[in-house]
Write a protein that binds this ligand. Structure first.
Ligand code: PLP
Length: 386
């Protein structure tokens, strides 16, 4: 840190640790695009020897992300999935992990198709009640992993419950907080052990890169994460770290606008007769609305909705959209729509998909920061035409 200065949260988001470049004073972070570092003498490496282990641009990003998440440590990875993988590597054969039931499909794929073959046991359950948690607990349970709000059903998880369950049973608690971002929720304040962010989404904010991070207060977990980062090498390039550092500066402004726009779109959809149901934590109709109100600063930019029609007509509706873009990702400045049944969950057997609430007519909307009238006009035009 250049100067000791107490900053408000919004300033921390913009400034991070108040650095200017130590060599030049450059206000923009320097990109240390190097693989290695010259040592002054044997054993004297100024903290950097090889970029897979550490890099000044990446270190600056890690400090920035841990500052805004309120954690002691941050470890950056080449993708959100690499971040998830480093967390699951804390498990060993014979260990059991409890997961909330609605999770990003990449996480269930990694667990079901890779970790289970190494002997890790997984249960996906409704984590909303203490008795359900107690019921699934085993003598080999080591970790509880939840996503809040979840992808794509926007389930909001009570972090007080998860944290006390984890503490009383000596489990590692993990929250994937990609949808909320630290601006809306800081799981560390609930004594959650590790927070996962796919920085590809809101943190970088402009669909310009793939990245991930894990944030923690624990010295022990941090050491293990650094070990995995260095040993596996799923590190973010200095250039992508730099782009993330630029993107994150506007997190507060973007999230405020995402939230305002999403609420307006949710209210519009809730009134439309062609829409069967809208899932948005900010609507009183949302099952965990009161938890979201208590736990989050605002309700986020993501919503899902089901149409009162068929699979084919839902695809027709999406194809008619001109402003909302059909794309897999989320959390960027532009509004993007996804149809889980034909896109993210195409490979999931229909019965399993339906049993998880992912119906044929479910659409997920990542509401952007454009003029909300353009978003609503586009949705309205496409809905009228089906
Ligand atoms: C909630 C959540 N976690 C993790 C990931 C994985 O992140 P990445 O795509 O950066 O690997 C995603 C990706 O969509 C996600 O939505």
């Amino acid at each position: 840190m250049d100067k000791k200065y107490e900053m408000k949260y919004a300033s921390q988001i913009v400034r991070g640790n108040f650095h200017s470049d130590p060599q030049t004073g450059s206000i923009v972070p320097a990109i240390y695009q190097t693989a290695t570092y010259v040592l002054d003498s044997v054993g004297n490496d100024k903290g950097f020897d090889y970029t897979r282990s550490s890099n000044p641009t990446r270190q600056r990003l890690e400090e920035h992300l841990s500052l805004i998440e309120g954690s002691n440590y941050g470890v950056s990875f080449s993708s959100g999935m690499a971040a998830c993988d480093s967390v699951f590597r804390m498990l060993k054969a014979g260990d059991h992990v409890i997961c909330s039931k609605d999770l990003y499909g990449g996480v269930t794929r990694l667990l079901d198709q890779s970790y289970t073959s190494f002997g890790v046991e997984v249960d996906y359950i409704d984590v909303s009640s203490a008795s359900d948690l107690d019921h699934v607990l085993k003598s080999n349970t080591k970790m509880i992993w939840v996503e809040t709000p979840s992808n794509p059903l926007l389930e909001v998880i009570d972090l007080n419950l998860i944290s006390s369950f984890a503490k009383s049973n000596n489990l590692i608690s993990v929250v994937d907080s990609t949808f909320a971002t630290p601006y809306l929720l800081k799981p560390i304040e609930y004594q959650i052990d590790m927070v996962v962010q796919s920085t590809s989404k809101y943190i970088s904010g402009h669909n310009q890169l793939i990245g991930g991070a894990v944030l923690t207060n624990s010295d022990e977990l941090y050491k293990r994460l650094k070990f995995f980062q260095k040993s596996i090498g799923a590190v973010q390039s200095p250039f992508d770290c730099y782009l993330t550092l630029l993107g994150v500066k506007t997190l507060e402004l973007r999230m405020e606008r995402h939230c305002i726009n999403a609420m307006k779109v949710a209210q519009y959809l809730a009134e439309n007769k062609k829409v069967k149901r809208v899932i948005y934590p900010g609507l009183p109709s949302h099952e965990q609305h009161s938890i979201a109100k208590e736990q989050m600063k605002n309700f986020g930019g993501m919503l899902s909705f089901e149409l009162e029609t068929s699979y084919e007509k839902t695809k027709e509706f999406i194809n008619k959209l001109k402003f909302c873009m059909l794309a897999e990702s989320l959390g960027g400045t532009e509004t993007m729509i996804t149809h889980p049944a034909s896109m993210t969950h195409l490979d999931v057997p229909k019965e399993t998909r339906l049993s998880r609430g992912l119906t044929d007519t479910l659409c997920r909307l990542s509401v952007g920061i454009e003029d909300v009238e353009d978003i609503i006009t586009d949705l309205d035009r496409a809905l009228v035409s089906i």
